[in-house]
Design a protein around this ligand. Structure first.
Ligand code: 9UX
Length: 144
């Protein structure tokens, strides 16, 4: 007890538009293996997570958020944290994983605003339920 390694990480969370979103993301993170605590800030679009790096990885945390229907990006060059845990990052495989992840995140970000998939869904919804679009936009983005 008490010897478990701990690391904290702050992610940028994308796609949260209402208070329920915040809870969805928190629940997704808390139900991820290795996560000790997760706090999501809806206004700042940030998730602060404390986890055991031997069990959970930043990539797994991002994936958990994606599975919940949102997206997240790892903080850019987290220099101080990288130095504090240099033993983790000196391993070449870790760098490769991070690079792959960063490339994936970049591709995701590039693809999203164009969002042909979302656009099609949006139009179907507008046709089926026009009243949905009369509601204040803060009500829901459609994931609830
Ligand atoms: Mo979030 Mo809804 O995906 O009131 S907009 S739960």
């Amino acid at each position: 007890m008490g010897t478990a390694a701990r690391e904290s990480l702050t992610l940028s969370v994308l796609g949260m538009t209402c208070a329920s979103c915040q809870h969805h993301v928190e629940e997704a993170l808390r139900s991820t293996a290795g996560v000790e605590s997760a706090h999501v800030d809806l206004i700042a679009h940030r998730a602060s997570i404390v986890f055991d790096p031997a069990i959970a990885t930043p990539a797994a945390l991002v994936q958990a958020i994606r599975n919940a229907g949102y997206d997240a990006v790892l903080p850019r060059a987290d220099a101080s944290s990288a130095e504090a845990s240099s033993n983790v990052l000196t391993d070449g495989a870790e760098w490769k994983a991070l690079a792959t992840l960063a490339a994936g995140a970049a591709a995701m970000l590039l693809a999203m605003p164009l969002g042909t998939e979302m656009g099609a869904l949006d139009h179907d919804l507008m046709r089926l339920m026009p009243w949905l679009y009369v509601l204040p936009t803060s009500f829901c983005a459609g994931f609830c």
